[in-house]
Design a protein around this ligand. Structure first.
Ligand code: NAD
Length: 414
């Protein structure tokens, strides 16, 4: 398999075939505009100093200041950060936000750090990248293993360095610190709005569609809750340690209670009647109406795509499906609702938070939901109309829409 970034660039070239884009413009989108690497030096609780590799990639700012989360994970790499920044560039164009794309990451297992070590690490990231980020330049947010608390430390560190409060430099902050209502569940909610908007076209039943989640963190849980309330049936969920399957339906609230208590879904059988444990790989290939990858990249690949027995894949994770797997899913008639649309709810409400931070006018939760729904529904319909009756997939359709918007912005300044 090619690198994740090479996979990402394949999508760019696939889409470019359907548009007449000057070669010199396409070249600008084949490489990141600015990539910064550092080793963070952090004092540990035992007095020792540890080094952590860390990156920030501003992929392209043709449509506005760059925007993208910061990931803490032992497998974070330059390849991953560049790929995530590339996807952010396209995602912001899909949602019609005045942003370019970026991403950051630290190679660390955050579970191995104490709370104070985690704080020192988070603050050191901002000190190292303070010249890169800024409310008009590059605006970070949470991603895997980072949360509102970490954004609060980071925002505080930036304000200390600048000697002035700057709520618009980071999104995903706690509400009392200038965060937006409705940011917490925005990614899962956005995915839910997409599914609801296209339910009929996708041939899903009005009630009782069977759903499987890979990953049960922030994005998955919010989506699972809304689906459960709307009458969908959650029949499986997994986390990094194990998976649970129950064809009679799982209550996501009970499952999350178990995860919070035990730190994992492993062994959750005891709290959810009639459920059975299985491996993560097994869960991915169980029959269902909607499979929701909501963990990490490259989970549906050439080696397992043919075994996927879903009608629809809702990509809440970034990059969960490889380009090779796309072709297999398409030939098996499985419709993919692509990441750059399906999980765009998070960055959309981050944009709302940035707007609120800059104007000092804060919105109600209902306003946030209404505006988010409007954007997700509009773009889902555009994607569907673009692919309907044509020879290309939903993925190609959404990339063509995004690339068209991006290239128009870049061309306008040429
Ligand atoms: P999170 O850290 O809250 O949750 C991640 C979940 O994935 C956890 O339950 C973890 O146990 C599980 N996981 C990790 N490795 C796994 C594996 N191999 N198999 C099964 N489960 C595994 O993170 P999140 O914020 O929910 O993000 C999940 C995905 O959604 C990521 O790809 C992220 O980039 C994407 N995303 C998140 C947001 C957001 O606002 N949170 C926005 C856009 C995209």
């Amino acid at each position: 398999m090619s690198s994740t970034f090479q996979q990402a660039i394949r999508r760019l070239h696939d889409a470019a075939q359907y548009l007449s884009i000057p070669q010199e413009l396409l070249q600008q989108l084949e490489v990141p505009q600015e990539l910064t690497s550092v080793h963070l030096r952090v004092r540990m609780d035992d007095g020792s100093i540890r080094l952590f590799p860390a990156w920030r990639c501003r992929y392209n700012d043709g449509r506005g200041p760059t925007k993208g989360g910061i990931r803490f994970h032992p497998d974070v790499s330059i390849d991953e950060v560049m790929s995530l920044a590339f996807w952010m560039t396209f995602k912001c164009a899909v949602a019609g936000l005045p942003y370019g794309g970026a991403k950051g990451g630290i190679q660390v297992d955050p579970k191995s750090l104490s709370e104070r070590e985690l704080e020192r690490l988070s603050r050191s990231y901002i000190r190292a990248f303070s010249h890169v980020i800024g409310p008009d330049r590059d605006i970070p947010a949470p991603d895997v293993n980072t949360n509102a608390k970490i954004m609060a430390w980071m925002s505080d560190e930036y304000a200390t360095l600048r000697g002035a409060a700057c709520p618009a430099v980071i999104t995903g902050k706690p509400v009392p610190l200038g965060g937006s209502l409705g940011r917490d569940d925005a990614t899962g909610r956005g995915g839910f709005y997409v599914i609801e908007e296209l339910k009929e076209q996708l041939g899903l039943p009005e009630k009782g569609a069977r759903v499987i989640f890979q990953g049960f963190g922030n994005a998955a849980y919010a989506c699972a809750l809304l689906m459960h309330e709307a009458g969908y049936k959650i029949i499986g969920a997994s986390d990094s340690k194990g998976a649970l399957y129950d064809e009679t339906g799982i209550d996501p609230v009970l499952l999350m209670e178990y995860k919070r208590k035990h730190g994992t879904l492993q062994g959750a059988k005891s709290s959810v009647e009639s459920a059975r444990s299985m491996s993560n790989a097994e869960l991915l290939t169980q029959a269902c109406d909607i499979l929701v990858p909501a963990a990490l990249e490259n989970q549906i690949r050439e080696d397992n795509a043919a075994q996927v027995k879903a009608r629809v894949i809702l990509e809440l994770a970034n990059g969960p499906t490889t380009a090779e797997a796309d072709a297999i899913l398409e030939s098996n008639g499985i419709v993919v609702l692509p990441d750059i649309l399906a999980n765009a709810g998070g960055v959309t409400v981050s944009y709302f938070e940035w707007v609120q931070g800059r104007t000092g006018m804060y919105w109600t939760e209902e306003e946030v939901h209404t505006r988010l729904k409007e954007i997700m529904q509009r773009e889902a319909r555009l994607m569907w109309d673009r692919q309907e009756g044509k020879e290309f997939s939903t993925r190609k359709a959404i990339y063509v829409i995004a690339l068209d918007r991006l290239s128009k912005a870049l061309q306008a300044a040429m």
